[in-house]
Ligand binder design. Structure first.
Ligand SMILES: [Zn+2]
Length: 156
C-alpha cells in the first residue's frame, strides 16, 4: 500500500478547527495524494472538502443534487418557503435561514463534484461504492469487501 495516498471519507463543518485537524493529520502522515469522498451532501460531512481537494467524490445521485443546490439562485429561500407552505411558523422558518448550520458551514469554495465509479481505490484498497438512500436521497457507503467493513473509515 502506498503510504502517501489517502482518502478522507466525510470532512466535517467548514470550520477552521475541523480543517486543521484533518489537514494536520494528513501533513503528519506525509500524505501526497489526498482525495475526499463524501457519503452525502450535508454540511457536517462535506463542509471543508474543497479546502482539501480540488474535486470531491460522491455518489452520482448526491452529485446531481449538490450541483443543483450550489447553482440554483435562491435555494435556501425556497427551502424556507417550503417549510412555511407546510405549516412551519414563518418567522421561525426565516430565522432558520440564518441559523441553519448547513448554510453557515457549507462549502464556500469552488470545487468539482465527481460521481464515484463503482469502485474507489486508495493505495492497495478497493472500496465498492454502494448507494444507501435514506438519510439523504443518494447517501453512499464504501464497502471494503476484502475486510468486510464499510465507511466511515479513514485509511492511508
Ligand atoms: Zn447527514
Amino acid at each position: 500500500m502506498d503510504d502517501r495516498e489517502a482518502l478522507v471519507i466525510d470532512t466535517g463543518f467548514n470550520r477552521d478547527s475541523c480543517y486543521k485537524t484533518i489537514k494536520g493529520a494528513s501533513d503528519e502522515l506525509k500524505v501526497k495524494d489526498l482525495r475526499v469522498f463524501c457519503t452525502h451532501l450535508h454540511a457536517d460531512h462535506m463542509g471543508f472538502a474543497a479546502k482539501l481537494a480540488s474535486e470531491v467524490l460522491m455518489g452520482k445521485t448526491e452529485v446531481k443534487i449538490v450541483q443543483d443546490m450550489m447553482t440554483t439562485e435562491g435555494y435556501w429561500e425556497e427551502m424556507v418557503n417550503f417549510y412555511i407552505r407546510n405549516g412551519f411558523p414563518a418567522e421561525e422558518a426565516r430565522k432558520m435561514l440564518f441559523l441553519h448550520p448547513g448554510r453557515s458551514f457549507y462549502i464556500k469554495e469552488d470545487v468539482e463534484f465527481v460521481a464515484a465509479r463503482k469502485d474507489v481505490r486508495v493505495g492497495g484498497i478497493r472500496l465498492k461504492a454502494i448507494e444507501t438512500p435514506g438519510h439523504s436521497p443518494g447517501h453512499t457507503c464504501l464497502y471494503d469487501e476484502a475486510r468486510s467493513c464499510s465507511s466511515p473509515v479513514i485509511t492511508s
